[in-house]
Design a protein around this ligand. Sequence first.
Ligand SMILES: [Zn+2]
Length: 441
Amino acid sequence: MLLPHALPLALPLLGLAAAHTGCGGHEIARRNPGGRVIHARQQVDKNNVDPASECTPYTYPPVNAVKSQYPAIWSSATLVPGDDAAATLFASINATLNQRLPNTQPRGTHMGDWTGVNYPPNDPDCWWTWKQCTTPAADTGIAADISTMPEPETWGFGFDDGPNCSHNALYNFLEENNQKATMFFIGSNVMDWPLQAIRAKDDGHQICVHTWSHQYMTSFSNEQAFAELYYTRKAIKDVIGVTPKCWRPPFGDTDNRIRLIASLLNMTTVLWSDDTDDWKVGIGGVTAQDVDNNYAKVINASKAGAYATHGPVVLNHEINNYTMGEMIKQYPNIKAAFKYIVPIATGLNITNPYQETDVTYPTFAQYTGNTAGASSSSSSSPSSSAVGSGSASAAGSASGSASSAAKASASLASKNNSGAGAAPSVSAASLLLGLTAALLI
Ligand SMILES: [Zn+2]
């Protein structure tokens, strides 16, 4: 009975392990606290587009100065002993959780093994991993996730899993095209590659949270889930200087309990409507052609008029040089098929994407140049003045990087799948069927 479902189910599970390796173990291997010291005012050399050189480990004193205030990098986050501010905030949030969702428990393992989990088929927790639920029942009072853009013919543009140490080719490309995006940053990556994180902000990209250790959020206790979000947000504040009001769950794995924790931290949950599967190339038989096809599916849908009243939010990654190069390759195709390519905040007309109100983003109309008085040009590309912060330097241009796109496109990063290890299984037939069905959507 299980055989027909075994293969499709194995795809995401293998991918999960590999994704974690890519987001976690690989970076751990590169981390080297004893590397070259780079001082606070030093910037990334944008002209360096050699991945190996870009990923030379370095030590950044401002991060070293605060590291003791954080969980160990790439470990499952918990409250740091002595962090009274975090403990007080968590106690308040936990009291609300226990009052509003007293029966919702963690499920599965941090790596996405749901063996023995028997989830009710009516999806009481609006668990995304079960059937891609993004709209909690009205009586929960929990807001729906963001998974589409309200503007027609508009591509909601973002990258997961950064900051990647070798992202200069991509960021130069975006800069040359005056294109902003939403970057969903992993807290441990921010601590490992702080200058790369700073570049994202300086280039005018929107920054959102993508958890501390990039594991399955619904598997965590209330305290762990809080810590995964809290310390990533804190890292972004400490390193970049802004406090995000948005997050995206790794693997999409969220439910009402996790959504409520995020919302009590003043963070909106952002999912997606379409997935390129770009990170999965080489895993479970997924090929680069499959990824091309996934992009083409969204692009062709737009050409066929599917986005006359709204736009997709499309999932792709900053995880390696292949995924970044693939976006560079696809960008002209996207631009030809969509009127606008916008960061999530801009698509939603969120002009204050951070708690710091002095940092402002343009409205959708301003960004796309469709209003008098907007600072941007009349093209679909935004102005370089996407960020109003005095500390931003979004106007900087990247010279000598014309070949970066080709270089990034040509480089297919090798994936370290050695940690694929456990092949989780799901014993509950109903869960198996639900997950299998989900794969076919
Ligand atoms: Zn991710």
